[in-house]
Design a protein around this ligand. Structure first.
Ligand SMILES: [Zn+2]
Length: 154
């Protein structure tokens, strides 16, 4: 609408970056919720994230979605236990969902509805994987993918 093409391009890239970051944060939160649900731990306490291996409370810089995983090479800073690739995958998955929904949605309401669905799906799937019920998780993902493809083509 306004400004030059270059300006619009920059603002779109900025928006994509912003929505990617929102997706990463939601993904990080979904992974945390799934871990605590599967381990039958309280969602609210402790409020800070901790290492499941050694119980060390994570510093803020160890808890940055995507970035910390890469910097720590997927291991706890204190006990070197593997953090688990599924947490990274959930963060990347919700990041992708957020960006794709942003590019395809006509309004923020559609984006929000899609993100709620993606968030719930991520929590359910990772919880089931944590509990060792991979096939159930695969079934849920498959059912949701089929549902959304049908929804998009109808
Ligand atoms: Zn640890």
């Amino acid at each position: 609408m306004m400004g030059t093409r270059g300006c619009r391009y920059v603002s779109k890239v900025t928006m994509i970056f912003l929505f990617a970051v929102i997706g990463l944060i939601l993904g990080s939160f979904a992974g945390c919720l799934a871990y605590r649900t599967a381990a039958a731990k309280s969602i609210f306490s402790p409020s800070r994230s901790f290492c499941p291996g050694c119980g060390a409370t994570l510093r803020w810089y160890d808890n940055i979605p995507l970035l910390s995983y890469c910097l720590l090479r997927g291991k706890c800073r204190y006990c070197r236990q593997d953090i688990g690739l599924r947490y990274l995958l959930v963060e990347l998955g919700l990041m992708a969902a957020s960006v794709v929904l942003f590019l395809r949605s006509e309004s923020i309401v559609v984006w929000a509805a899609g993100m709620v669905a993606a968030f719930v799906l991520a929590v359910v799937v990772v919880t089931e994987i944590e509990r060792g019920r991979c096939w159930f998780a695969v079934t849920v993902v498959f059912a949701c993918l089929t549902g959304s493809i049908v929804w998009m083509t109808v």
